[in-house]
Design a protein around this ligand. Structure first.
Ligand code: NAD
Length: 375
């Protein structure tokens, strides 16, 4: 066995502690932790200690950590608006990067991050962890056989009735760029487009709203409703007065080849929470429902539903991260083709930017308006 790869984390909050650290620890025969960094040094130090490093391997300055610890791989787990800065620093310091989703709030920033990765010859892997869930993997396999016929429409929903993440900076636009769309909508859109073979999104008409979460409803909520079962180190005090992102968004997307796709996503809306349950693709031979994975077809003279039995995933929080870290090591070793490709990430982030911009200006926005390639 070769030398272990050194792993560092920038942004040692919830997802670092609950998902990235256990996922890397499960690969301990191939990797070892070398450093932690966070804007709050006490968090970095506590995390360093929790993985068996000395406290001095927890840094308040990520650049110093990169210079002194020289990691081979960096998990970037900060709020979204800092993904670009720390991904580029890590790449330029010679590390491969596992960047949390969304890659960055905006197409141009995402493109710049990939350009740096190409210049320095390192892997930039975006943690679209939903693609590593058994439903998504099986759905992609099934759709690729052509069993659905001509697929002409799809929809996906990532809606919480009330479930604003309140432990970090998710609700602050200047830190995260957007709300539920970049938190959970990006997962469901990414997984659906991947399952469908990544058709290019060419235009979007969107509506983005802040109507409820910026008010004091006086409701009793728990952290689990907003996606954090455990692992919050020192929750940042939360105030609805700081809520500057959307709480509901919907977008109608045109895709190459004539397909259309509808996305909706919320943290606070008067709608049932769907637990990612509303994902469908409609084909001429049958339809596909993602949760539970079902084919909606016709058998003889009857409509019929075929439930696909899937292997039971390991019962650990954020199990998709286990798949993505193991896969990333194989990509770095040249043994697997990268599952989350640059063109796919740009397709998703471009679609979401079109959705936001369409809502701002009140009309459909086309891809060339985002890429700057309109003739
Ligand atoms: N894949 C998933 O399922 C999933 C789930 C939750 C969160 N995430 C993503 O993970 C990221 C972090 O989310 P979280 O829940 O861990 O948030 P968090 O607030 O718990 O952790 C973020 C950490 O980053 C630190 N930080 C803030 N600004 C920084 C900066 N400029 N430089 C360095 N450190 C900084 C904070 O002090 C905090 O410790 C987000 O991008 C989010 O979208 C992904």
């Amino acid at each position: 066995m070769g030398k272990k790869l050194g792993v560092a984390i920038i942004g040692t909050g919830m997802i670092a502690n609950i998902a990235h650290i256990p996922a890397w620890q499960a690969l301990k025969d191939q990797v070892e932790f070398v450093g932690m960094a966070d804007a709050l040094p006490e968090r970095a130090k506590a995390t360093a200690k929790s993985v068996g490093l000395t406290e001095d391997k927890g840094y308040g300055d990520p650049v110093k950590m990169l210079e002194e610890c020289k990691p081979d791989i960096v998990s970037v787990c900060t709020p979204n608006c800092f993904h670009k800065q720390w991904t580029i620093e890590a790449l330029k310091h010679g590390a491969h990067v596992l960047c949390e989703k969304p890659i960055a709030p905006g197409y141009a920033d995402a493109l710049e991050m990939y350009k740096v990765a190409e210049q320095v010859g390192k892997v930039l892997f975006v943690g679209q962890s939903s693609r590593f869930m058994p439903e998504a993997e099986a759905a992609k396999e099934i759709v690729s056989t052509g069993v659905l016929g001509d697929v002409y429409y799809a929809e996906t929903s990532a809606c919480r009735r009330r479930g604003v993440p309140k432990w970090g900076q998710f609700h602050i636009k200047e830190d995260n760029g957007g709300g539920p769309v970049y938190d959970i909508g990006v997962h469901s859109l990414d997984a659906l487009l991947w399952i469908l073979g990544n058709p290019q999104v060419t235009a979007v008409s969107g509506g983005v709203y802040t109507k409820i979460a910026n008010t004091d409803e006086g409701l009793k909520e728990d952290l689990a409703a907003s996606g954090a079962p455990e692992g919050v180190l020192t929750p940042r005090p939360y105030s609805y007065k700081e809520f500057t992102v959307e709480d509901y968004a919907a977008g109608f997307m045109r895709l190459e080849g004539g397909m259309t796709l509808f996305l909706k996503s919320s943290w606070a809306a008067n709608i049932p929470s769907d637990g990612f349950g509303g994902t469908y693709a409609l084909g001429t031979k049958c339809g596909l429902k993602l949760h539970p994975l079902t084919l909606l077809g016709v058998t003889g003279a009857y409509t019929s539903d075929t439930l696909i039995n899937l292997p039971t995933p390991a019962r650990v929080p954020f199990v998709g991260h286990r798949g993505e870290t193991a896969h990333l090591l194989k990509v770095i070793a040249g043994e697997e083709e990268m599952r989350v490709k640059k063109c796919e990430v740009l397709n998703v982030i471009g679609a979401l930017e079109m959705m936001y911009r369409s809502s701002d200006i009140g009309r459909e926005v086309t891809l060339c308006e985002i890429t700057g390639n309109c003739k």
